[in-house]
Design a protein around this ligand. Structure first.
Ligand code: S3P
Length: 261
């Protein structure tokens, strides 16, 4: 029987092999991204991920450390996504658009897909002010809310590689658009007033729509803000009749095509 010292040394050697293998794996991921970019192949291929996942599960079925190794691989896959994302984007992805265009849903899916951290601007404001958006509007008024919103954008500008789901009104101030552009790509999500109404009609969390929850009000307000949204956007994606994964895949392809981020 080998003594403890020998066993310890063998474990160290084993760690060295794991490190080398991981470095090699990460390099391969970088090469895959470069190859795909060079040959205009879609960056994300959902089927490919599933195939890889199944191959791994098959290899480990009935293995004595099946669960442990699968758990380790879930971290490896997550970190490979990070490497992939690093070689695609260095800035923040700022999602803008009218209420109910799906910013939060898209942000959540995108964060899984790219292993990026999500920031919900409204949630940040609620946390900072220790009250709901409705309460802020009621107690201090819309201008106060907009001031907090502008300050939040400045704070986020100092961070990178975040997916930020912005409040629907961020585009109302020029300074916000200017600050968002400093360290972010701005993605405008759109939807028809009818779709928006269906998505938001049961919510009472949006002071701008409370008491005016109908298609014609939504349509009028959208029209008033239309130019502001278009002026801010680097790219625009319509979300009507699309699945969240389709929206996110389209977004990543278009953003990564916009040269280095
Ligand atoms: C607003 C949109 C809301 C929230 C606030 C004001 C707006 O965010 O910031 O109620 O003026 O469009 P969502 O777009 O996430 O609903």
């Amino acid at each position: 029987m080998r003594n403890l010292e020998q066993l310890g040394n063998e474990i160290h050697q084993c760690d060295d092999k794991i490190i080398s293998a991981l470095v090699e794996r990460m390099r391969l991921i970088e090469n895959v991204i470069s190859y795909k970019k060079e040959h205009n192949i879609p960056i994300f291929q959902r089927e490919q991920n599933e195939i890889q996942q199944n191959i791994l599960k098959e290899k480990l079925t009935n293995h004595c450390f099946e669960n442990e190794i699968l758990d380790i691989f879930s971290h490896i896959v997550k970190n490979s996504k990070k490497v992939q994302t690093k070689s695609l984007f260095s800035q923040n992805i700022m999602l803008i658009g009218f209420m109910g265009t799906g910013k939060s849903t898209v942000a959540a899916y995108l964060s899984q897909m790219l292993a990026m951290e999500v920031v919900e601007m409204d949630a940040m404001i609620v946390e900072k002010e220790q009250m709901s958006i409705n309460e802020i509007f009621e107690k201090y008024g819309e201008d106060y809310f907009r001031d907090v919103e502008s300050k939040t954008i400045v704070e986020l500008q100092g961070k990178s590689q975040l997916v930020v789901s912005c409040g629907g009104g961020v585009v109302l101030r020029d300074e916000n658009i200017k600050n968002m552009k400093k360290n972010g790509r701005i993605v405008l999500l759109t939807a028809s007033p009818e779709t928006i109404y269906e998505r938001v009609k049961d919510s009472t969390e949006r002071p701008i729509l409370n008491n005016q929850m109908n298609v014609s009000f939504i349509s009028e307000l959208m029209e008033k803000r239309r130019e502001r949204y278009l002026q801010a956007a680097d790219i625009m994606i319509d979300t009507d009749h699309k699945k969240v994964e389709e929206i996110c895949e389209e977004m990543v392809e278009r953003l990564s095509a916009m040269n280095e981020m």
